[in-house]
Design a protein around this ligand. Structure first.
Ligand SMILES: *[C@@H]1O[C@H](CO)[C@@H](O)[C@H](O)[C@H]1NC(C)=O
Ligand SMILES: *[C@@H]1O[C@H](CO)[C@@H](O)[C@H](O)[C@H]1NC(C)=O
Ligand SMILES: *[C@@H]1O[C@H](CO)[C@@H](O)[C@H](O)[C@H]1NC(C)=O
Ligand SMILES: *[C@@H]1O[C@H](CO)[C@@H](O)[C@H](O)[C@H]1NC(C)=O
Ligand SMILES: *[C@@H]1O[C@H](CO)[C@@H](O)[C@H](O)[C@H]1NC(C)=O
Length: 278
């Protein structure tokens, strides 16, 4: 641990002042109907059923809640991040990666850094994996929200060729779709979609012997389609692998029900991702 303390001081990683809370009720605005997913055995009625392993983070940045994350401290990757798509800001902020001090145990007067989460150094010794955002920069509506996504608790080790390949193309297609048709039912001038993006952990050798390299990444949105006046959802998932030999790979669209079945099979848990199935 000493080494981490020294490293943290040397490199001066900035801290994000988000909140590790007991319940998603503190940031329910990021969930459809204010209701987070139900995942059997681990998440029910907005609270973690295994609080030593799975933590609830209301991602606060510059004094406002920006999104929400359900975080696995054993795997050191999120189960999912939940956010609202309300439009997109064009730009990529140049800010350093942040970590979440409230996740860490207190040892005397000091918090031990990064016992429970990934830190930038975990990524240094290899070239193939980079920090894949779950709430991507490209789905943020303004610069402050964009900056808030640069926390390690919102990322998983993702093959760079996948991150910049099929996953990126899918994120752009989904963004365009949400942008053209998803509206706030109570005020049709405003763009709005509820999005959940998550990972399926693997039994691979962890990154830097610490951070789980997920097998899959998945995403699903639920929104009111103002063109045909109904609620719609659409899901995608793909394997986290090197795509350098398959540069044109595309990720096909699936239904919410198919995604829930897929996650049940992979994780051996029941999933109900959106209130009333959207
Ligand atoms: C979360 O919400 C509860 C109940 O409204 C409140 O008492 C508590 O202070 C909130 N926690 C934070 C960190 O905002
Ligand atoms: C970003 O946050 C800062 C500090 O709270 C605030 O002054 C600024 O107006 C915010 N910018 C936007 C675009 O909301
Ligand atoms: C992938 O995208 C990142 C960020 O946009 C960029 O820094 C990196 O060079 C890209 N890598 C490849 C292999 O295209
Ligand atoms: C709808 O939202 C727009 C932009 O946020 C706002 O200017 C307008 O007053 C809202 N309309 C109603 C009926 O609330
Ligand atoms: C919304 O409805 C329009 C018209 O039926 C359709 O073309 C579009 O693909 C739908 N968008 C979504 C996100 O479901």
């Amino acid at each position: 641990m000493r080494l981490f303390v020294v490293a943290m001081l040397l490199f001066g990683f900035p801290f994000i002042m988000s909140k590790v809370v007991d319940s998603f009720r503190n940031c329910s605005e990021f969930f459809f109907h204010g209701q987070p997913p139900m995942i059997s055995g681990i998440l029910k009625d907005s609270v973690s059923l295994d609080n030593n392993h799975y933590k609830i983070i209301c991602q606060k940045y510059k004094n406002e809640y920006r999104f929400a994350t359900f975080y696995g401290t054993t795997e050191k990757i999120p189960v999912f991040s939940a956010y609202k798509y309300t439009g997109h800001y064009k730009g990529r902020p140049h800010i350093p990666w942040m970590i979440e001090p409230e996740l860490e145990p207190i040892d005397g007067e000091m918090r031990q850094p990064c016992v429970n989460q990934a830190f930038p150094g975990d990524y240094w010794a290899q070239k193939q994996l980079n920090r894949g955002h779950l709430f991507p920069n490209s789905h943020t509506a303004d610069q402050n929200t964009s900056e808030s996504t640069f926390t390690l608790t919102n990322t998983v080790p993702q093959f760079e060729t996948f991150n910049n390949g099929s996953w990126l193309r899918m994120e752009e297609n989904v963004r365009d779709k949400m942008h053209s048709h998803c509206r706030d039912k109570d005020n049709l001038t405003n763009t709005l979609a509820y999005v959940l993006t998550g990972s399926v952990p693997s039994k691979r050798q962890p990154l830097n012997k610490r951070v789980n390299i997920p097998l899959y990444m998945w995403t699903v949105f639920c929104c009111y389609n103002s063109s045909d006046s109904r609620w719609v959802s659409e899901a995608h998932w793909a394997e986290n692998i090197d795509e350098s030999k398959d540069p044109d790979k595309t990720i096909s669209a699936k239904t919410l029900v198919e995604l829930q079945q897929f996650l049940r099979k992979k994780n051996n848990r029941e999933y109900k991702l959106f209130f009333n199935d959207c």
